[in-house]
Ligand binder design. Sequence first.
Ligand code: ADP
Length: 485
Amino acid sequence: MHALSVASEAFPLVKTGGLADVVGALSGALRSHGVTVTTLMPAYPAVLASLQGGETLHRYSNLLGLDAQLLASNVGGSSYLLLDAPALFSRGGGLYQGPDGKDWPDNWRRFAALGRVAADLASGVIAGHNYEILHAHDWQGAMAPAYLKYAPGPGPRAASVMTIHNIAYQGHFDSSIFGRLGLPEHAFSISGVEYYGGVGFLKAGLASADKITTVSPTYAREIHEPAFGMGLDGLIRARTHDVLGILNGIDTQVWNPSTDPQLKATYDSATLHRRSQNRDAIEEIFALEREQGPLFTIVSRLTWQKGMDVMVTQLDRLVEQGGRLALLGTGEKEIELEFQRAALRHPGRIGVQIAYDEGLSHLLQGGADAILLPSRYEPCGLTQLHGLAYGCIPVANRTGGLADTIIDATAENLASGLATGILFDAVTPQNIVHAIRRTVERFSRSDLWLQLQRQGMAADFSWTKSALRYAQLYRQLSQTPPRQP
Ligand code: ADP
């Protein structure tokens, strides 16, 4: 079976967050379930630079009014199609924002073009390309199912899956762009791309795709409610029978403490004492005092979603309780500044690196004792899975994928050998402080702590089970005729 995956980022080619990890790893994991995945994404300059040659598969002279070509390439055994449209993607700055931090004003055109090409590939426009499944990720991929529904090519049409990695990012644009999308008039409707008077890309994908998935069962339930659905909960409720939560996995080739080249010392659950060498390295990099008390880490976007605005107000309490913190992250400027101020107030106790550093994120998981995750909402979350695999105990708000993957260290769960982390309910200063206190307490009992670490490390968060569920969904869909407009 052949599936076309369409997304705006994929690890290892380009990554700004968990989306890239999932798109990259899932395509590899599906192979052992008999699904061959081709990933379509933009040919950003960094992607073109890392390619060892790409073959031109198709040329467009009028892709939403622009010249473009489609390049085919193979990277690390995975097959990619790269949309090389220089007017859209050949620029400095970020994937979605310019150097000023503002969204690129032509984001609608950049990702509509990506969706248009995906739909072409999935409906026989490009010779030699036939897919049973079109799998679109997040708002940047979401126009693909809409083009497939409203303006398909002449060939057989793939069935479509729309995956929500974060419903907060919706790609909502002014209605004036509609006329330039190349869609028939009737697509501007409540069952099409119209969204609160404008054009909603994610909305269009959710309304058009045959099935909707999101990245954990709890988040799948949560987005039915106004508090989590961010305006799309009504649509989710209307399509509830087509909504499915499939937990993300982690790439165990990349995230494996017994082979990880980013660690000073590799280890497994029988040699956890070796983590102390990684902890020494962290203490040096973050200029922290050397001592045996609990070392907390944060590896995160520093944003409201991640609860970092509240977390940063409780760092004095963390230090009072004997904790230290090594933070790696970037995000909202005011939150970044507050963490830096806390580091100045507590030299040797709090170390802050405002940066994005893949290698350092591995070292932190491999040497810190606990990772703090006070997310207000978390569709799945990957860093708690990295923490579990590395014996770095997650301390998290009970929401979304955090609730689905961490088992709280209550007396009962400890006694029955199930506990893997510390959970709290609702992101408030009091709850965060209480969770830190519980963590410090558990940490002081080294037998309990070792038990928690080993139980987390024994849990299976590889892609094996989840890739099977996607493969089953693909098979089920490819036998069902596509939904009628
Ligand atoms: P989200 O996609 O919402 O940011 P996830 O937990 O799903 O959150 O995925 C975040 C991914 O990005 C993880 O692989 C994490 O290790 C990585 N990450 C986040 N911030 C940084 C950083 N500053 N440096 C390195 N890796 C980071």
